[in-house]
Design a protein around this ligand. Structure first.
Ligand SMILES: [Zn+2]
Length: 177
């Protein structure tokens, strides 16, 4: 399948992916805990309290839930489905329990949640998928942005308003794409 066909395929499938995500999130409602309640010390230096209370987390013992469409695409892309330790769907993210204390992983997923709300759910799914097709996992704009901020967080530099920084960068990205 050529990339253009793949992009058309994803455009056609977007509604079913959205439905799948909605179901996955709804079926975990009872296990949700606001990231604010996990008691991390540095996250509040980068994100405001309201955001940390809004974003919900779900700890899972094995693999995080991934849309079945990825299994169809993984032969084509270098997206490592098995190695995923966290995944964000809007205001909710799932993470593998063994990484529960890894503040940096939580930081990364919060950046993704800001991306979702910044450009809207449907747009996020579509653009993330198209980025995957064009640039792979590592070169995907949304991962480049998340890993970039994550490195800044890990480097121990001065705290900054990460939500605003991400939104400003998204604005520039949307203008160009
Ligand atoms: Zn990521």
């Amino acid at each position: 399948m050529y990339n253009k066909d793949l992009a058309d395929f994803i455009r056609r499938e977007i509604r079913s992916v959205q439905d799948w995500i909605e179901d996955a999130v709804l079926s975990h409602t009872v296990n949700m805990i606001p990231v604010y309640n996990l008691g991390f010390l540095r996250l509040p230096l980068f994100f405001n309290e309201a955001l940390l209370k809004k974003i919900m987390t779900v700890s899972v013992d094995s693999n995080v839930p991934l849309p079945p469409i990825l299994n169809m695409l993984k032969g084509i892309m270098d997206f490592m489905v098995e190695g995923v330790t966290g995944i964000t769907y809007g205001d909710v993210y799932f993470y593998r329990a063994e990484y529960g204390k890894d503040e940096s992983l939580h930081f990364h997923e919060i950046i993704h949640s800001i991306q979702w709300s910044g450009i809207g759910k449907k747009q996020f799914i579509l653009r993330y998928a198209l980025e995957l097709i064009s640039n792979g996992y590592i070169g995907n704009f949304f991962e480049v942005q998340a890993y970039g901020h994550q490195r800044r967080f890990e480097s121990g530099g001065d705290p900054y308003d990460a939500e605003q920084a991400v939104k400003d960068e998204l604005f520039e990205y949307i203008k160009k794409n």
